[in-house]
Design a protein around this ligand. Structure first.
Ligand code: ADP
Ligand code: ZN
Ligand code: MG
Length: 480
């Protein structure tokens, strides 16, 4: 029996507003425990929450970026459960009337575009954090995180493989970063993902029973947890057993999922509209005001890079991974008007250096010492024949390390290309003297040895000889 996976994701994104969602405490990560709190986010009796307008705006931006509808009215609701990191005894979330609903994003997997539906996006508050003592049976509570604004993005069960799931989360991360509403960092918990997965016999319409996976803190782990879960459910089904609907925890160390709890039903949470918070009304004017602040989004930017600069699709995709990278490319092209050359140098040489230094491209272009002006300067030096492409790479590496202007490095290290005829003729003569056998071979018709002889000249000049000139001189000397 061949089974097909059906996957739907619930992604939580921490918004980087200045203050928390229902009080004026600063929304900041990394302070000493319990210093960023007030009676409201501590859930003291009698306090009243006030909704942060920016949270609504950020959520609406995400809704617009994911092609969603924005209903005129939405409502905050209390979701009740007991846990030591939740001082109010309920989370303020949204239930029947979410802020945003019915949209989609396109993701690309192995060259195929797949459209994934977005069921809804709602806003809610984050809970605090428990810190467990490893040596004693004691846990500590840090409430700095309570009241951090979150959006929850719920997808339709449209995802069909772990790779698609990973591509979908990357797309969500790319969008929140383009919109500048979150760091979108999975490892640090500002982007968290729960994965719902079921199997069905290929060709069947009805969905099977799903399990919900939690506790994956990287793209890789989401993918690995889903792969494990497909194996586990397949084995059960082939054995004639039923899947139990439950929540399972991913154990990254062991590479397995464990049952955490049975399914909770909506009525267990006693959802009801929060009587302390008025319904949210989003007027047409407010919507249009927010729409006018949206940046160019990744899909549009990618299309524009293809049409405006004539770049291959692949290049356009890589260069628009982040706004940073895209801006870097465009700033460089303004100074050196050959888009494909600029693209190659960013994608191959610069990204190699970034990778070697342990930073991922995109989030860090600002801190890259090779400014667009420096990269353009190197490309101009190569273009004019002042240095060879090989030397250009060395100069780039030097600039990446030190931030020194490429022109200075070339002058100081004497890296200028040697184009002087008489100088090159002398070197060619020397190489021919030292390699009589190769010269003989060439003259007897084995023209391929020329590249060996050229290599010898390059060695003599440490890569600085102008290859075109050397080639001409050799041909004259060998054939003439
Ligand atoms: P619940 O009632 O458990 O909260 P929902 O219907 O609200 O379930 O869906 C939660 C998430 O699970 C959504 O992302 C949805 O796409 C996904 N989902 C729903 N049914 C299935 C299924 N049978 N298999 C896989 N994913 C599913
Ligand atoms: Zn507070
Ligand atoms: Mg649900």
């Amino acid at each position: 029996m061949d089974y097909e996976a059906v996957i739907g994701l619930e992604v939580h994104v921490q918004l980087k507003t200045n203050s928390k969602i229902f009080c004026s405490c600063v929304n900041k990560f990394g302070s000493s425990p319990n210093t960023q709190t007030c009676p409201v986010c501590l859930g003291m009796p009698g306090v009243l929450p006030v909704l942060n307008r920016k949270v609504v705006e950020y959520a609406l931006k995400m809704g617009m970026a994911t092609n969603c509808e924005i209903p005129r009215y939405s409502q905050l609701a209390r979701k009740h459960y007991f846990y030591p990191d939740l001082p109010k005894g309920y989370q303020i979330s949204q239930y029947e009337l979410p802020l945003v609903e019915h949209g989609w994003v396109d993701v690309e997997v192995n060259g195929d575009i797949r459209r994934i539906g977005i069921t809804r996006i709602h806003i809610e508050d984050d809970a605090g954090k428990l810190i467990h003592d490893e040596s004693r049976p004691v846990s500590y509570v840090d409430l700095n995180r309570t009241g951090t604004p979150l959006i929850e993005i719920v997808s339709e069960p449209d995802i069909r493989s772990p790779e698609e799931a990973s591509a979908y989360i990357r797309k969500i991360r790319q969008l929140v970063r383009y919109l500048d509403i979150s760091d979108g960092n999975m490892e640090e918990g500002s982007l968290r993902c729960d994965a719902n997965i079921s199997l069905r016999p290929r060709g069947q319409k009805e969905f099977g029973t799903k399990s919900e996976l939690k506790n994956m803190n990287s793209f890789r782990n989401v993918q690995k947890a889903l792969e494990y879960e497909i194996r586990r459910q397949t084995a059960l089904l082939l054995d004639g057993q039923e899947i139990v609907q439950e929540t399972r925890l991913w154990d990254a160390g062991k590479g397995v999922t464990h049952s955490m709890r049975g399914k909770e039903e909506a009525h267990d949470y006693r959802y009801f509209p929060d009587p302390d918070l008025v319904p949210i009304e989003v007027s047409h004017e407010w919507k249009e005001e927010i729409r006018s602040t949206l940046p160019e989004l990744p899909d549009q930017k990618r299309e524009r890079f293809i049409s405006q600069y004539g770049l291959p699709e692949y290049d356009a995709g890589v260069l628009t991974v982040s706004r940073d990278t895209a801006d870097y490319f465009e700033d460089t092209v303004k100074l050196f008007d050959n888009a494909k050359t600029v693209s190659n140098w960013i994608m191959v040489e610069l990204m190699k250096l970034l990778k070697q230094s342990g930073v991922s491209a995109g989030t860090t272009m600002e801190r890259c010492k090779v400014t667009p002006a420096f990269l353009a300067e190197i490309l101009k030096l190569i273009d004019s024949g002042a240095i060879s492409a090989q030397i250009g790479k060395e100069v780039l590496a030097d600039c990446f390390e030190t931030g020194r202007a490429p022109g200075e490095t070339v002058k100081e290290k004497g890296l200028s290309q040697v184009s002087d005829e008489s100088e090159l003729e002398a070197i060619v003569a020397k190489v021919m003297d030292a390699n009589p056998k190769e010269v003989e071979l060439y003259r007897s018709g084995k023209k391929k040895v020329l590249s060996f002889l050229m290599g010898q000249v390059m060695r003599e000049t440490r890569g600085k000889a102008n290859p075109k000139k050397v080639n001409e001189i050799f041909r004259k000397a060998l054939e003439g």
